[in-house]
Design a protein around this ligand. Structure first.
Ligand SMILES: *Cc1c(COP(=O)(O)O)cnc(C)c1O
Length: 355
């Protein structure tokens, strides 16, 4: 890190900490007492502030509302067994944050400002980091355009903000997923690799239809043939096929390059598993499911953590996979990740940024 960021801190005088029910958390509904705000104007980032969480006032003409100049990140902070708090790999999110910014013609944010804003905010609200197993403090950095004009051109002013809130497990049972063969999330040449707000708006209808049909999630496939796996809702998808860890490659720009994905691939390589990042056909996965060589299948993401897939549907046929509780690889990944994140074991990779 370079120099320390000059952040003005206004403490919340009406803390909701003691009136918040940490035993009944719905993802994204509970916010900590403070938020981080910064402004971009005249070609620079300024006004770094931590203020009480609350509503903000904006022009109704801002282009983030009309033309989607808006994107976000998702990170988690964990309470260690010794009471310390760490944030998991925010440097990777800083990298992706700036890739999203560039694709949407928005200003980048220096990595040290991104990381310091998060560490400072989590420090102020460190009492909000849950202690229960499987729980964490979800961190939502985001940026949006604030020029009050309707012209379709890049805004000259922006806001960068960070919210946090305690969360429990995102999924509580193995997923029943559908392979999407009609709609697409992203196309080559598009912006699927950006965590852009627009990608999620467009994914809502297919997602809602899948839920109405009785599925928990859908697996996106390539937009040309719907023959290759892309990702699982808002998580990357991975398969252990005949002893090899296989995941769709991100080189076509249609897949969000997950931090969790990178984390799992790093662990797998270190454990000696062959790892393949390549095109993964729907046919080969279903064939493996049929002949019993599909040893593991799961989603990997910050919110979802490691989410086992229990059943996969494709064109009217439902495939039931092995019992997730018996799966060696994903169980070991989850256990190892938890031990590192909650400070139970050493962190040989330097993934934990201490608050
Ligand atoms: C956020 C996200 C992921 C997972 O990325 P992580 O960095 O692991 O949280 C995967 N796919 C999509 C579409 C996402 O939005």
């Amino acid at each position: 890190m370079t120099e320390t960021l000059d952040i003005s801190i206004t403490k919340n005088q009406n803390s909701r900490l003691t009136t918040t029910d940490f035993d009944n958390l719905t993802f994204g509904h509970t916010f900590s007492d403070h938020m981080f705000v910064a402004d971009y104007a005249d070609g620079e980032w300024k006004n770094f502030q931590i203020v009480p969480y609350g509503d903000i006032s904006l022009s109704p003409a801002i282009s983030s509302l009309h033309y989607g100049q808006s994107f976000f990140e998702g990170i988690k902070a964990y309470k260690h067994v010794d009471g310390n708090v760490s944030v998991f790999r925010p440097n990777k999110n800083a990298e992706r944050f700036n890739k999203s910014a560039e694709r949407l013609c928005m200003p980048t944010l220096p990595e040290d400002i991104f990381i310091q804003s998060i560490l400072a905010l989590v420090d102020v609200d460190s009492d909000w980091v849950p202690t229960k197993p499987g729980h964490s403090l979800y961190i939502r950095p985001f940026m949006f355009a604030t020029d009050p004009y309707l012209g379709v051109s890049p805004s000259k002013t922006y806001k960068y903000m960070v919210l946090t809130g305690p969360v429990g497990p995102y999924f509580t049972k193995p997923l029943k997923v559908k392979i999407e063969t009609e709609f697409s999330r992203a196309t080559e040449g598009g912006f699927g690799y950006a965590k852009a707000a627009g990608n999620y708006g467009g994914a809502m209808l297919p997602g809602k239809m899948a839920v109405e049909q009785g599925y928990d999630q859908l697996i996106w496939t390539d937009s040309k043939e719907h023959a290759y796996m892309e990702e699982l809702g808002a998580a990357n998808v991975m398969f252990l096929l005949d002893g090899k860890l296989i995941t769709p490659s991100t080189d076509k720009g249609t897949i969000l390059k997950g931090v969790t994905r990178d984390t799992v691939l790093t662990l797998a390589r270190d454990w000696g598993y062959p790892v393949e990042e390549r095109r993964v056909s729907v046919a080969e996965v279903l064939e493996a499911a049929k002949n019993g060589t599909l040893e593991d299948a799961f989603g990997a993401g910050t919110a979802a953590t490691i989410a086992p897939i229990g059943q996969i549907e494709h064109e009217g046929q439902l495939y039931t996979l092995s019992d997730p509780a018996e799966r060696e690889f994903s169980q070991k990944v989850l256990k190892t990740l938890n031990e590192i994140r909650y400070g139970v074991t050493a962190d040989p990779y330097g993934w934990n940024y201490m608050v």
